[in-house]
Design a protein around this ligand. Structure first.
Ligand SMILES: Cc1cc2nc3c(=O)[nH]c(=O)nc-3n(C[C@H](O)[C@H](O)[C@H](O)COP(=O)(O)OP(=O)(O)OC[C@H]3O[C@@H](n4cnc5c(N)ncnc54)[C@H](O)[C@@H]3O)c2cc1C
Length: 368
């Protein structure tokens, strides 16, 4: 992420943050919402459950070309995100990444209380939901009783690699994350690896990987040297000690035979899938898991809460980035009477707005 953009690292300890605007979702439309609010001199806080901005563009197709962004004949998902980050840099939005917005509650004074999974809290005059297809959550291992081990012995993310040092690890999955972490924990380089595990077993349902060829080659080399073990199969059951702790899992191989694979910790990397999640609980009118909005301000059934981008629906809606950008512009204007009822808002061209040029640190052009 661009270092110029403020990333709040300890906002939970800062108490309740009072603000004019909270944006839920840092996909392309949420990012452009920062720009449109910035043009109207509104600073926003933007929250995403992912650890990085870009939404679907980064999560699903970072290196694929997009051909229908006006004036950009071709741009990849990553390039579009990088450009949006650059474009919003002058507007000083605060990013709260790696946290899901869980709670939205209307207060008596008309503002909204917003809270995240990491305990960050806001009191805001307006909310812009740019939640796309929902917040991306790790796909979980579907085995009876696994939930009681999640967080202690079964993990879907690696937050602190040091907690796995010296352990017997079972890493499940066949994509880049599974292989990268398997190689990382195998380590064993000459300089020493602070996260080196006691043993690493990689388990995948087939003998083929959706990962960088270099990682696959390295993994095979480590297996040939007996520094890692690779098993084809699927976890079908747990192997628990008398005290309930996990001492291994049962793996059914391609031959139909089920074997016990002992391990201390299980790391599962099945990718991420989007879930509407808590947004469905905020009392907004929905239609087939999308938020109903008007087509003037893109406001939801709750005044003060706007919804833009893939998350909303209205007659004729098309789920395109282009449509989301348009909605973000009109939603920003629509929110101004709530954010600043005293202020008369006029449409200003970015070409001729001295106020904007001051923010951007550029000269206002002279017209003959
Ligand atoms: C393979 C593919 C190719 C595509 N190609 C094109 C194309 O060529 N042209 C085009 O116009 N469109 C294309 N699209 C569609 C385009 O990507 C979407 O229209 C666009 O990403 C929508 O942007 P968004 O910001 O509304 O939502 P998203 O990009 O989905 O971003 C939403 C963000 O909100 C976050 N979020 C959701 N709920 C919460 C919550 N409760 N708390 C915190 N964060 C939350 C999510 O983690 C996510 O990061 C393509 C899509 C795919 C999958």
């Amino acid at each position: 992420m661009d270092p110029q953009v403020t990333q709040a690292t300890s906002s939970a300890s800062a108490g309740v943050i009072e603000t004019d605007a909270v944006i839920v979702g840092a996909g392309p439309v949420g990012l452009f919402q920062v720009f449109e609010l910035g043009l109207l001199e509104i600073k926003a806080h933007i929250i995403d459950s992912l650890a990085y901005p870009g939404g679907q563009c980064i999560e699903l197709y970072p290196d694929k070309p997009i051909y229908d962004i006006p004036a950009l004949p071709v741009v990849t998902g990553k390039e579009l995100t990088d450009n949006l980050m650059k474009q919003i840099e002058p507007f000083g939005a605060t990013f709260h990444l790696g946290q899901e917005v869980t709670t939205v509650e209307k207060q008596e004074d008309g503002r909204f209380f917003v809270a995240t999974s990491k305990g960050t809290q806001f009191l805001t005059k307006t909310i812009f939901i740019a939640g796309g297809v929902g917040s991306f959550q790790p796909r979980t291992l579907k085995v009876d009783g696994i939930d009681k081990h999640e967080g202690s012995q079964v993990h879907y993310r690696v937050r602190k690699p040091e907690q796995f040092a010296g352990k017997n690890l079972l890493i499940v999955g066949g994509g880049d994350s599974a292989l990268d972490w398997a190689l990382n924990f195998c380590g064993g380089n000459e300089d020493g690896n602070p996260h080196k595990a006691e043993s690493v077993i990689l388990l995948h349902r087939r003998d083929g990987f959706r990962a960088a060829p270099a990682s696959v080659a390295k993994m095979k080399e480590l297996c040939d040297n007996y520094e890692m073990q690779f098993i084809v199969g699927q976890v079908t059951d747990l192997d628990e000690a008398e005290d309930g702790a996990l001492k291994g899992v049962k793996v059914t191989g391609g031959d139909g035979v089920t074997r016990v694979v002992p391990c201390d910790q299980v790391l599962v990397f099945f990718g991420l899938s989007p879930k509407l999640g808590p947004i469905a609980e905020w009392g907004l009118a929905l239609e087939r898991k999308q938020i109903l909005v008007d087509t003037e301000k893109f406001q939801t059934s709750v005044p003060g809460i706007f919804a833009v981008g893939d998350i909303n629906t209205y007659p004729g809606k098309k789920k395109l980035i282009l449509s989301g950008f348009h909605e973000a512009a009109l939603a920003a204007f629509g929110a101004m009477p709530i954010i600043n009822p005293e202020k008369r808002v006029h449409l200003q061209y970015t070409t001729t707005s001295p106020k904007l040029h001051k923010v951007l640190g550029v000269e206002t052009p002279v017209f003959d």
